[in-house]
Design a protein around this ligand. Structure first.
Ligand code: NAD
Ligand code: ZN
Ligand code: ZN
Length: 338
């Protein structure tokens, strides 16, 4: 099988021919159909974060494919069914986080495309209990971006407190942001979209953003405060400056939801203002299996639109360059079907 492999944090990925692995125990073997390129894959390939993956590894955690074989402990999945392989590759299922609906905080979790090989390959092994069924009728090329960009922003928007009568700012209209904007609208909020490229600002307007701010030429906080400030800001841009701008855009009692993870990500906040303004700052990491099931249901109902372009896996380094250049329309998805 073909697999895109990170061999070193300073070299491009290498396309390798590897043997197809066999599932054991709770594992399933998934024949991948589609795999979305998340900005996290780039952080993984570059070793950007304090906890690093160990090369060689296969990145990818927006994997959609067909169960081809199951391990002897898997009784609930049938060969031939379509599943999603998300970032939360597996958790312990027993700790207080797991049993209270916060499996994404499990200390014993494994992460697809990071601590275990992921979906940028023709086949992937996954834990049968942590793959999520993809409802019939969803195009695998749409399901892929929903599996991280979708579930992550759906959760972040839930935590933001968005509802009718609130104003929500989405900072960064990329793979995550173009879906965040749609969820904020579904939750009934007035929306403010921020980005730094003409293409993304045009996409935000097309997706129905009520206000669009160009952070290259406008002062984001000033523009947001002109509207009365925002009740919540969701930070999806890979830029420390954007976190400060999002924080300063909040109105009193507002909530900043941090999602993007730049290398050396930092946000300095004034304690006095934070206290007096009753500001809430929340970190949000992906979403649970249940969140992803809800994301798929919304998509089945036609409530979301996934903006994406397909690429061949052999073009993965070009795709990463395009992502870093900021010209990707929504998400790039590797079409892995023969
Ligand atoms: P992306 O590159 O597709 O999108 C980033 C967007 O931010 C782009 O549209 C870019 O033009 C825009 N941008 C850049 N500078 C900006 C600025 N100063 N102000 C406003 N917009 C700006 O990336 P993505 O795949 O959407 O991922 C975004 C980040 O989220 C990455 O750091 C990724 O690792 C992280 N992430 C976090 C989670 C989580 O669970 N917390 C999950 C997935 C991804
Ligand atoms: Zn991701
Ligand atoms: Zn656990």
């Amino acid at each position: 099988m073909r697999a895109a492999v990170v061999r070193s944090f300073t070299e491009p990925l290498v396309l390798e021919d590897r043997p197809v692995p066999s599932p054991a125990g709770h594992q399933v073997l998934v024949r991948m159909e589609a795999s979305g390129l998340c900005h996290t894959d780039v952080h993984a390939a570059h070793g950007d974060w304090p906890v690093k993956p160990s090369p060689p590894f296969v990145p990818g955690h927006e994997g959609i494919g067909i169960v081809e074989q199951v391990g002897d402990q898997v009784t609930h999945l049938t060969v031939g069914s379509r599943v999603a392989v998300p970032w939360l590759g597996e958790a312990c299922g027993r700790c207080d986080h797991c049993v209270s609906g916060w499996e994404t905080l499990c200390l014993q979790q494994q992460n697809s495309g990071y601590s275990v090989d992921g979906s940028h390959a023709e086949y992937a092994l996954a834990h049968g209990t942590y793959v999520v069924p993809v409802p019939d009728g969803i195009d695998p090329l749409d399901a892929a971006p929903l599996t991280c960009a979708g579930v992550t922003t759906y959760k972040a928007v839930k935590l933001s407190g968005a509802r009718p009568g609130t104003r929500v700012l989405v900072s960064g209209i990329g793979g995550l942001g173009h879906l965040a904007l749609q969820y904020a609208r579904i939750f009934g909020a007035e929306t403010v979209a921020v980005d730094v490229t003409d293409e993304k600002l045009a996409l935000a307007a097309e997706l129905g953003a009520d206000h669009v701010i160009d952070a290259r030429v406008q002062d984001v906080a000033e523009e947001a405060q002109r509207l009365g400030g925002v009740d919540a800001a969701v930070s999806l841009a890979v830029s420390n400056a954007s976190f400060e701008a999002a924080y300063a855009s909040l109105r009193r009692g507002g909530t900043l939801v941090l999602v993007a993870l730049p290398a050396e990500g930092k946000l300095e906040i004034p304690v006095f203002d934070t206290v007096l303004n009753g500001t809430k700052i929340i970190g949000s990491i992906v979403g649970t299996r249940e969140d992803l099931a809800e994301v798929f249901r919304l998509h089945s109902l036609g409530r979301t639109r996934v903006v994406r372009e397909t690429r061949d896996l052999a073009d993965i380094n070009g795709a990463i360059d395009q992502l870093l250049g900021g010209t990707v329309p929504g998400r790039l998805v590797f079409d892995l079907r023969p």
